[in-house]
Design a protein. Sequence first.
Length: 285
Amino acid sequence: MRIFLTGGSGYIGRATIAELVRHGHVVEALARSEQSARAVANVGPVAVRGGLADLDVLQHAAARAEAVIHLAQADSPATELAAATAMQDGVGAGTYVHTGGSWVYGDTDGVQDETAPWNPPSVVAWRKSVEDQVLARAADGARPVVVQPGLLYGGDNRLIDHFFITPGKRDGAVPYIGDGANRWSLIHVDDVATLYVAALAAKAGSVYIGVGETHPTMKEVAEATSRGAGLGGKTVSITIEQARAQMGPVADAFALDQRLTSAKARRELGWVPTHDDPLGTFEQG
């Protein structure tokens, strides 16, 4: 199958491209810069020069494809929706896989799935309108699918590295918020890549949470990452106010207490994550 993908040079993108190529798909990937184009070419796809604001580029690339996987995130909700619309127009009846996120469910009461009500922190509140409009295209014969990854780990770690490990190395102790008893729904980057590939066969209008079945506490993650960073397990509690001052509004997302399940993706797509020891992975550094 010919796939057009955005965000190909990024954290999730590189893993997803590798999985697509492994399954025999032919990939074209959006590349905003020469550096991104080289990064994309190094993992196999043909680079399509342009950004998410280049709607004609997006639509024409999507029209050449049989399916689209949208991993990049625009710098505003309006740009995000315009890009999604252009790619859905281009791919027509082909599958369009859109990236959401699990933080939109807010704190969960026990284990929840895709039927849980939305209660997003401000940093992701914008997703509701965009995803509703993306999914609404199913009524017109389109094939939209939304994948909602949990907090990613493995490889670069990205958010966890930036907001926790790097400050921990600087200060000698990895921070956690409050008592750190809130649970995180995590997903290994390689597992979310296999979910995106599996989602190409999903029914129109489907939504899938992508998380592992292990939900460690924030303090447990901090302790494991501290050991992996060579800090001997040293951690420090910070208040939510301190976290907001240091991290911005994403602090409220990190403070969420979430236990989510991917039972729907397992049941409908046959997807089975193979990495379910996040603490062990963090301890490896």
